[in-house]
Ligand binder design. Structure first.
Ligand SMILES: *Cc1c(COP(=O)(O)O)cnc(C)c1O
Length: 403
């Protein structure tokens, strides 16, 4: 835990459950990206943590926005980003989403039907819009052949469509690819980026020129104790090498990588209080405040582990990463002395975040701190369930102020 225990304890005085995000930690992650990839432009995937303080912090570092909805386009605008730094990519945009976001962001069409709908909206607005298209390539993330996907337009379909059609009010000036999140193997990630460069060359020829290629995410963070962090310098070396070749033919094309969790996952902790303790048939239960409904991922991790026959079930991002992807700690300096099951205060037996783990003895009012809560945490939580009060979200600035 990087955040000072005194700060957590101070915040817990008046709250039973809350998130705390540490700006210094976000700045540290961003600096790692910027120093390792000086030629890459980064976008922040708002959906993983859309808190305004987080957005302000990330955008101030020069990141653009990967918006997954019209609402996220608005959040990015509100945080001060200009249209040219915002990319709106999501399947199933409504006519209103398209209309509202024209001119406020670069729309990335997710299907051929959507290309036509954006054309119609641009015509109605009397403008010519530069758009991108999301491609479902002929290759998969790990180097096998292409796979069916609800995202993007199959590579061959996109090529045929662009060759067969011309549009008066839109111009395709970029491509977007994103196939997987949470990769920790630098070789797999580097090989994926290399394939994306080859794909970009194909589309650059068809489109005349590309203003940008958005290579998606993939950059993972270590969740489980056995996870080794991604070797950024190794990925960087591979990307720079590819970029060199690409740039000789296409010197003006921006190369974009979008990240969510890499920027913010480690910055957040979820803090919840022991509301009750009880024994049942020899088992000790600590009843915590707002677990499944405040931070759903630890409960989901347990559910997946419970139902899966595999020892390390594959991730299903962003809901599930690893069965042992969260650390449960306390503010006590004592050694663990009792075996407890950490459950929540909801009316469901599935509301358990950890079973039979060793902890120092905790009494009512003591806090439990859960790690890896900066991304896909507050944003994913089913807070409407059983009308509990939402956990607060606090932001610790680099200057040490809590807001
Ligand atoms: C969610 C998402 C991301 C961010 O993924 P992380 O694993 O959090 O970095 C990037 N691109 C797209 C298209 C996404 O949907």
């Amino acid at each position: 835990m990087r955040i000072d225990k005194h700060i957590i304890s101070q915040c817990a005085e008046t709250r039973d459950s809350f998130y705390l995000y540490d700006e210094s930690c976000i700045l540290h992650s961003i600096k790692q990206l910027k120093t390792n990839f000086p030629q890459i432009e980064f976008l922040y995937s708002i959906k993983c943590n859309p808190k305004p303080h987080v957005l302000n912090c990330v955008f101030k570092q020069g990141f653009g926005a990967d918006a997954a909805s019209a609402g996220e386009v608005r959040s990015a605008r509100k945080a001060g980003l200009h249209a040219e730094k915002i990319y709106y990519s999501a399947p199933g945009k409504s006519a209103k989403d398209i209309e509202d976001c024209l001119g406020k962001a670069t729309l990335i069409a997710d299907s051929t039907g959507e290309i036509e709908r954006i054309q119609a909206a641009a015509e109605k607005a009397g403008t010519v819009a530069n758009i991108g298209i999301r491609i479902n390539p002929d290759f998969s993330f790990d180097g096998e052949g292409g796979k069916p996907s609800k995202f993007g337009i199959d590579e061959a379909q996109a090529i045929a469509f662009l060759k067969e059609n011309t549009f008066k009010n839109i111009k395709v000036t970029g491509i977007h690819i994103h196939l997987k999140s949470q990769e920790l193997d630098d070789r797999v990630l580097s090989a994926y980026y290399e394939r994306v460069f080859r794909l970009a060359e194909k589309f650059a020829q068809i489109c005349g020129k590309l203003d940008y290629i958005n290579m998606g995410s993939g950059m993972g963070v270590p969740y489980a104790p056995g996870d080794a962090p991604l070797d950024l310098p190794a990925v960087s070396a591979a990307v720079e090498k590819n970029l060199e070749g690409f740039r000789t033919a296409y010197p003006d094309t921006k190369c974009i990588i979008e990240v969510g969790r890499f920027a913010v996952c480690k910055s957040g902790v979820y803090v919840t209080k022991v509301m009750d303790r009880k024994e049942s048939c020899g088992k000790t239960y600590l009843i915590l405040h707002n677990t499944l409904n405040g931070f759903i991922r630890p409960s989901l991790a347990r559910l997946v582990a419970y139902y899966s026959s595999e020892t390390a079930p594959a991730g299903s991002e962003p809901l599930f990463t690893a069965a042992d992807g969260f650390e449960f700690s306390t503010l006590k300096e004592e050694e663990p002395s009792e075996k407890v099951t950490l459950a929540g205060n909801l009316c469901t037996a599935a509301d358990v975040v950890a079973e039979d783990i060793w902890m120092p003895r905790l009494k009512c009012g003591d806090v439990v701190v859960i790690s890896n809560a900066g991304s896909y945490a507050a944003a994913l939580s089913p807070v409407q369930f059983s009308s509990q009060e939402k956990p607060a979200e606090l932001f610790l600035t680099a200057e040490g102020e809590i807001i």
